[in-house]
Design a protein around this ligand. Structure first.
Ligand SMILES: [Zn+2]
Length: 260
């Protein structure tokens, strides 16, 4: 099944023009617990279309009332309608939140992820070394991925050693699609994801949508068939999709994350 690994809108805000046709799933990430509350309830009944995440973005690291936010984050993390935790992470560009505060918040979020044993979706900018250190200090094996990734293959491999995948930034699909080949060659395909990053990525004046992502992957030969008939790559660990005959057709769905 096709999956848009990160979309930042609420389920209630997504119109037909944004959605994938036919098979497909969209992961709805958030930056603070309040944004996930409604969707978690709504999506309990729409699990075939959406995975809802609860996030606590590093931009909140110095916010007043952070303890309360963390409490809300933990409470929602336990909610059965919440698929995973994200966005959480560290962002070297955020001037108003010093790094040590971000690291502390990230470690708190990771401890909660371990407590609830759910996948994580990471927002990491410039501070991958620090993020890897935090991840290793809490657990050696995680499930989930780093979103908006355009880093080196070596860096992706370091995350892979911890069980984490990378979700490729949509920019890469346009400006350096050959880089996707490098990721495909170097990583287990179940650790490679694609995302629309909706609504933050603008392409030719238009907001890039989950449906456009599916279309772009098809154009690049990373997904075969029409976009209501996306297929996936036979992954290296077995579980081959017998229908898929195209060698460059990416595995664009995380079989390691416990879905079918
Ligand atoms: Zn992000």
């Amino acid at each position: 099944m096709f999956c848009d690994a990160l979309c930042a809108l609420k389920a209630s805000e997504l119109g037909d023009e944004h959605l994938l046709r036919g098979q497909g799933k969209i992961r709805l990430a958030s930056t603070c617990p309040a944004d996930s509350m409604f969707d978690a309830v709504l999506c309990s009944e729409h699990r075939e279309r959406f995975d809802v995440l609860v996030g606590l973005h590093p931009m909140h690291a110095c916010q007043e009332g952070l303890a309360r936010l963390l409490d809300d984050f933990r409470e929602l993390a336990h909610h059965e309608g919440i698929w995973g935790l994200g966005e959480i992470g560290i962002d070297g560009r955020i001037g108003q939140a010093p790094l040590h505060h971000q690291v502390a918040l990230f470690c708190d979020a990771l401890a909660i992820a371990r407590e609830v044993d759910k996948p994580i979706v990471l927002h990491v900018v410039r501070e991958h070394g620090q993020a890897l250190k935090c991840l290793r200090s809490i657990r050696r094996q995680w499930s989930g991925y780093v979103h908006g990734f355009s880093g080196s293959v070596q860096l992706a491999k370091e995350y892979a050693e911890l069980g984490l995948g990378v979700s490729i930034h949509p920019r890469v699909l346009f400006s350096m699609p050959q880089k996707v080949e490098l990721y495909l060659d170097a990583l287990p395909h179940e650790l490679l994801f694609f995302e629309s990053s909706y609504p933050s990525f603008i392409r030719e004046g238009a907001v890039f949508t989950p449906a456009m992502l599916a279309q772009r992957l098809r154009v690049l030969g990373l997904a075969s068939g029409g976009y209501d008939n996306l297929r996936y790559y036979p992954n290296k660990n077995g579980g081959a999709d017998q229908e898929c005959k195209q060698p460059r057709c990416a595995h664009i769905y995380g079989s390691t994350l416990g879905e079918t």
